[in-house]
Design a protein around this ligand. Sequence first.
Ligand code: ATP
Length: 380
Amino acid sequence: MANVVLRDICKTFGSFQAINNLNLDIEDGEFLILVGPSGCGKSTALRMIAGLEDVSSGSMTIGGVDVIDMTPKERDIAMVFQSYALYPHMTVAENIGFSMRLSGWKKPRRDARVAEIAKILQLTPHLESRPANLSGGQRQRVAMGRAMVREPSAFLMDEPLSNLDAKLRVQMRAEIASLQRQLGVTTIYVTHDQTEAMTMGDRVAVMKGGVLQQVDAPKRLYEHPANAFVAGFIGSPSMNLYEAELRGGALHLSGFQIPLGEVVPDRMARLKGYEGDKIVFGIRPEDLYDSTLESGQKLPTIPAQVFNIEELGSEIMLHFSIDATPVDSGDPDAVEDLSGSSNGVARFEPRSSVTHGMSIDMGIDVSRLHFFDPRTHEAV
Ligand code: ATP
């Protein structure tokens, strides 16, 4: 087991800078998720840690040892990729034990280790099966088993679940997270899926355009995003982001105002610098309410036009439009959350009787508002 430290890591491909000054401290035994939209550089970062890609500049240690000039083999790490090529002619046991055979382990020792790993991965009944006779999830577990036999100092995983169907992905997500805790091996896991990131890791590192945006525990990322990009990227559906003018303790939008009476005092103090200026504010779908229900009463309201209703049983997803200019967080998926000409999403209780086409007054919990600088998009 080992900690992994990256200092000022840069990577250029020709004139293109794929990674810009990446600094990360991954603790011994930690499960760190690297997440970001396609092309943000997460796979490149992982490949550099693995030694499969040279760094252009910067330093890197694994377990306190400088690994920059080491080959992948010398780094003592194990990788699990999205395409896990198992040997089709070998049984599960032979697949898992293959690298031990190459390393010259004697059969009894090899068998004991394979049995141990198979037990952890619940593959014992399948040890004599061939990959073709396994489900997608079982095959993925065999691939994990192959990586585990060596007791590496760190696991590196690049979108290992992306070839599985949605249901299996959810199941394997939980299995990998619990396996990681059981083994306690430092793990760096790359995904573009923010739900995977939020549910699996101890901490999540969010990247965009080769630049690390924020590293934090999932809950902190959700509640205290460092900028509008993280705010938009973490959470599904995305946080609603709009531009407003701050004047006299209220947000002024084209056709209405939101009084900020209940915003906590220290945040009010930070907002002072924006008095008379534009500001970006964000509100998560679950912090908007049906003002005709008890939960939504006593809240300030904003006039909204209902565009579309998705009845999900446990909740209602309401696509609405308000007279405000939405702000692009830079997350390509955020736009997909919106339907038609709506510019926001709210998550209402299933008891709500709002319907398609209605004009409503929507309750807004102003104590849950997020604020961002209109120029830098950094959190205020
Ligand atoms: P995805 O989720 O789509 O795999 P990613 O975040 O993992 O994306 P990378 O694969 O790390 O992104 O790529 C980061 C950027 O570097 C991309 O713009 C990619 O086109 C570029 N890139 C990666 N490898 C090379 C290469 N060998 N030569 C040139 N450009 C590259």
